[in-house]
Ligand binder design. Structure first.
Ligand code: PLP
Length: 242
């Protein structure tokens, strides 16, 4: 319960805490989308994407019961999450952004899951980092389902081979696939493609769907949705680029 000297008891952010409200709304939309699709709502996990939002916002979500968070920059995650994890040991951090090989060691140290494994050089860097750190986060392979040149993700035609070599190398740490469909197109075919690719490889986790399209992603089998804006509100405009 909020106490008098807890910032969440402020009338502006207490009972009507907008982040708690946002979370509640997103969770109920997840449940509705799952039911509409004949799926168990518990089969859809929510990654609350907190990039560009301060640690206080993450903490508001933690107080509202959220435990899984997504960040797209290693540096920002390193600044925000170790202190929060000390207080909420069951917190889970997913790194969801394009990852440079020189950040692999910090990523391996920080993350519970890396959702953006997309090329052999990064697989090499993660393997080396895992050896040094003695831990390996769970991994998702990001697929560039729209084959967009400027986007992260393994191109469609290389996906099968890359998934196979990653599984040979990392075994069960490879949990599944992730995609970000091109903006301004119907995302459903991209979600469907990712689902069928995951099926073909017997991979359980499909991370797809963001604020604008997570119900459609759930209809197509998403097991993780990554939602930022619908929970935390808009990101500061000058920092909004992913
Ligand atoms: C920012 C981001 C999201 C969340 O986007 P919203 O539209 O704010 O929900 C999801 N996935 C990735 C990879 C992102 O970078």
């Amino acid at each position: 319960m909020p106490s008098m000297n807890d910032p969440s008891s402020d009338p502006a952010t207490g009972v009507n805490d907008p982040i708690a409200e946002g979370l509640r709304a997103v969770r109920s939309r997840i449940e509705a989308a799952a039911r509409d699709a004949g799926r168990d709502p518990a089969s859809v996990g929510l990654v609350a994407v907190s990039k560009f939002h301060p640690a206080a916002s993450v903490e508001a979500a933690l107080r509202a019961g959220q435990r899984v968070f997504g960040e797209n920059r290693v540096q920002e995650a390193a600044e925000k999450f170790p202190a929060l994890r000390a207080r909420y040991p069951d917190l889970k951090l997913h790194l969801i952004g394009g990852l440079q090989t020189n950040k692999a060691r910090d990523a391996v140290r920080l993350a519970d899951m890396i959702e953006s494994l997309d090329r052999p050089a990064l697989a090499d860097a993660l393997a080396r980092a895992a050896d040094r750190e003695g831990r390996l986060p769970e991994l998702l392979i990001e697929v560039n389902t729209g084959d967009e040149p400027q986007k992260f993700g393994v191109p469609r035609e290389k996906a099968d081979a890359f998934i196979r070599t990653c599984r040979e190398r990392f075994g069960d740490r490879v949990r599944g696939l992730m995609c970000i469909p091109p903006e301004g197109t119907n995302p459903a075919p991209h979600f469907r493609f990712l689902g069928s690719l995951a099926d073909a490889h017997g991979l359980p986790t499909r991370s797809m769907g963001m604020s604008a399209d997570f119900p459609e992603a759930i209809a197509e089998g998403a097991t993780l949705v990554r939602v930022g804006t619908a929970i935390f509100g808009g990101r500061p405009a000058m920092l909004a680029r992913p």
